[in-house]
Design a protein around this ligand. Structure first.
Ligand SMILES: *Cc1c(COP(=O)(O)O)cnc(C)c1O
Length: 436
């Protein structure tokens, strides 16, 4: 393994090149590595490894008249307006803010909490990825393949049930308990359960094989701009609510896709010009003992070195409280990835213990009055750490992304249905005939 680059070079990536988008198109895709522009949808650059980023024709965001994520249509890579009431919600915290001595703490709540206008019935911000992705994919005539540790699976299954788009979802053994839906599962949902020894990364590998079969299409993970721009609406919603780009953005990460998305959304807001002139600092957190990105970042490395940053990954992942934050191959090193996002925003990483994360969950529920998921507890704990370390000042504008919550609340309003597996895979190398 080589250490290719240790110097931050964020500033080069901050500029979208001046290119002309064809008249009939809403956006083009620009490689964050080599700056090549592409006018057709694709997941990869022909010449390098860089993430492709959407460059929208409309530089000023005009909100559309839609109840949920569809408001942000201008900056979503879809042509049809998304009309769901599911979308990001921002509110100003009073209780947690007071507890932490913060004047301008804003919560990006991504879950179910109708009293606050939050209608994400599968209870995580993965729904913000699922709606744009499936909207874009709807007319392809293919089936979409993805891997998930649970929340993504639920979100994509839910949108599949609503739209009829076929999805094949590969879930590791540990994700089974998270496989429920707020409606009756439909035949468009194909759920492949993996063996108990398999983790999220095994399910990614099986999904990769499956997506190469005829009629199948890989969803793309962090490379899918519909996913990133969907998650980026949390930053957009918060900035519109606050009438400015925040000084700080806190989020727990497993892949870091949400962190990249927040950075990209902030770049668009800078270009828009009405929301300020500085990027927010990203504060991204992982859950001990599995913290590969934290380790690489603290060592000043663009590369994750497996033996140093995540020895015995399966053992470490098994010990995590927020085990869905466990991607072994995150988009950290790639151009336009997490490392670049942290460099460009003068960001920080946090390694949060299980106890601190559990405390974050309890504290948030006690003070703000809604149950949240373990990863969101990791983010709360990182905010506490930042306050204690003086990394944020009391007047700073802070967005805390509560990436999932409200399961207890959704159970009061909706009957939840279990999704039954349509196939079982002992490992990532099973013959595909067994699972299609
Ligand atoms: C997926 C997920 C995360 C991590 O998101 P990434 O930015 O993709 O790493 C955090 N919290 C919850 C609830 C999630 O489902």
């Amino acid at each position: 393994m080589t250490i290719s680059e240790t110097v931050c070079r964020g500033s080069i990536l901050d500029q979208n090149p001046a290119i002309t988008i064809p008249e009939n198109q809403k956006y083009d895709l620009v490689c964050t590595g080599c700056k090549t522009a592409y006018f057709n949808d694709r997941l990869k650059c022909d010449s390098d490894n860089g993430l492709l980023r959407t460059n929208y024709r409309n530089k000023k965001l005009e909100l559309k008249d839609a109840p949920g994520i569809g408001k942000f249509h201008d900056w979503l890579p879809v042509n049809e307006l998304i009309t769901t009431d599911s979308g990001p919600v921002t509110y100003r915290s009073t209780e947690l803010a007071q507890y932490l001595g913060l004047k301008n703490l804003f919560i990006g709540f991504n879950g179910y909490w109708p009293e606050r206008g939050a209608n994400i019935k599968t209870c995580s911000f993965k729904e913000l990825e699922a709606f744009p992705t499936l909207s874009k994919f709807k007319n392809s005539g293919k089936s979409l393949v993805l891997a998930s540790a649970g929340n993504t699976a639920r979100a994509f299954a839910h949108v599949s049930a609503m739209t009829g788009v076929n999805v094949y979802i590969v879930v590791p053994g540990s994700g089974i308990s998270r496989m429920w839906l707020p409606e009756e599962p439909t035949d468009s949902i194909h759920f492949i359960q993996m063996g108990n020894k398999c983790d999220y990364t095994d399910s990614i590998h099986l999904a990769e094989r499956l997506s190469a079969a005829p009629g199948m299409q890989a969803e793309g993970g962090a490379r899918n701009v519909a996913r990133r721009d969907g998650m980026g609406t949390v930053m957009l919603d918060a900035s519109i609510f606050m009438k400015r780009i925040p000084d700080h953005y806190f989020q727990a990460i497993g892949s870091g896709t949400g962190g990249i998305a927040a950075w990209e959304a902030a770049l668009r807001l800078l270009e828009d010009g009405r929301f300020g002139t500085a990027l927010p600092q990203l504060h991204l957190s992982q859950n001990l003992p599995f913290v590969p990105m934290y380790n690489a970042w603290e060592a000043g490395r663009r590369d994750i070195i497996k033996d140093i940053d995540m020895p015995e990954p399966k053992k470490l992942i098994h010990e995590m409280y927020a085990d869905i934050l466990s991607n072994r191959e995150p988009p950290y090193s790639v151009p336009g990835g997490v490392y670049d996002a942290l460099c460009a925003t003068n960001g920080s990483m946090y390694a949060i213990s299980n106890d601190a994360a559990k405390n974050g969950v309890t504290l948030f529920e006690d003070l703000e009055g809604i149950d949240i998921f373990p990863p969101a507890g990791v983010a709360v704990a990182s905010l506490i750490e930042a306050v204690d370390a003086g990394k944020v000042k009391k007047d700073d504008y802070i967005v805390l992304n509560i990436t999932g919550g409200g399961v207890k609340r959704v159970e009061q309003d909706h009957k939840l249905y279990k999704i039954e597996p349509s196939a079982y895979a002992e490992n990532a190398n099973v013959p595909l005939e067994e699972i299609i």
